[in-house]
Design a protein around this ligand. Structure first.
Ligand code: 13P
Length: 252
């Protein structure tokens, strides 16, 4: 039985004080509710220490939104996996479409990031998903297959077992157009079939695959109810405490 997970990706939003207020509100809301899902919050780097301190008194995990492909050294502006581990950061989003697009992160770089994170015991949340023209051309399965294979399939079974995958169709991110529950299920089933081919059915059945893209309190329940959809990676709605809580409650 796979555990449901809801992860909030704050992206590049909020001042320090706003972030503190949001974390306090999340703590309050989580305290007063029974949430079955594992909750992860991924704030911008400068707020990670505060988030990790607050998380110690609460029941959520803290993840980063990015990680360096390098181990350590003269890489100005980079943040390494071991730095995150030393701050008790447990997860990291890797391969988000915004990083692929705006920062030219390619397969080679993403593989290095995945390796760095696993080496330092950070659980990667590896994002895949097709752009609109790719879906319109009927290429969405091929695009996602390429991303999954080239990003993850070099891992041995022990390593792969630690990975969380997030299917985030690019056309659904921040657009208000969400994938239909059927579209989400179809792609999640497809990704699981690729994993089964490579690592076997047992590992495929254990792998957590999240959905992301305009997920909100209104559509979360139906999407998460699909067999094979194990929760969500939430952008905009994770900045609104009541929305985020409602999405967390929808994951059971
Ligand atoms: P939105 O929920 O704002 O569409 O963003 C999804 C996302 O990119 C999460 O990583």
């Amino acid at each position: 039985m796979r555990k449901k997970i809801v992860a909030g990706n704050w992206k590049m939003n909020l001042t320090f004080n706003e972030a503190e207020d949001l974390l306090d509100e999340i703590v309050d809301l989580l305290e007063n509710e029974t949430i079955d899902a594992q909750v992860i919050v991924c704030p911008p780097y400068p707020y990670l220490e505060m988030a990790s301190d607050i998380a110690k008194e609460s029941n959520f995990f803290v993840g980063a939104q990015n990680i360096s492909p390098f181990e350590a050294g003269a890489y100005t502006g980079e943040v390494s996996s071991s730095m995150l581990t030393s701050m008790e950061i447990t997860h990291c989003i890797i391969g988000h479409s915004e990083r692929r697009k705006y920062f030219n992160e390619d397969d080679k770089m993403l593989t290095a990031k995945i390796n760095q994170s696993l080496e330092h015991k950070i659980i990667p949340i590896f994002c895949v998903g097709e752009a609109l023209p790719e879906r319109e051309a009927g290429d969405h399965f091929e695009v996602v297959r390429h991303q999954v294979r080239h990003g993850l399939f070099h891992l041995d079974t022990d390593e792969f077992e630690k990975v969380i995958i997030a299917y985030e169709p690019v056309w659904a991110i921040g657009t208000g157009v969400t994938a239909s529950p059927e579209q989400a299920k179809e792609m999640h089933d497809y990704i699981r079939s690729l994993i089964a081919e490579r690592y076997g059915k047992d590992i495929a059945d254990k792998t957590i695959i999240l959905y992301g893209g305009s997920c909100n309190s209104k559509n979360a329940k139906e999407i998460f109810a699909q067999e094979g959809v194990d929760g969500g990676l939430i952008g905009g709605a994770s900045l609104i405490p009541e929305e985020f809580l409602a999405i967390c409650k929808a994951a059971k």
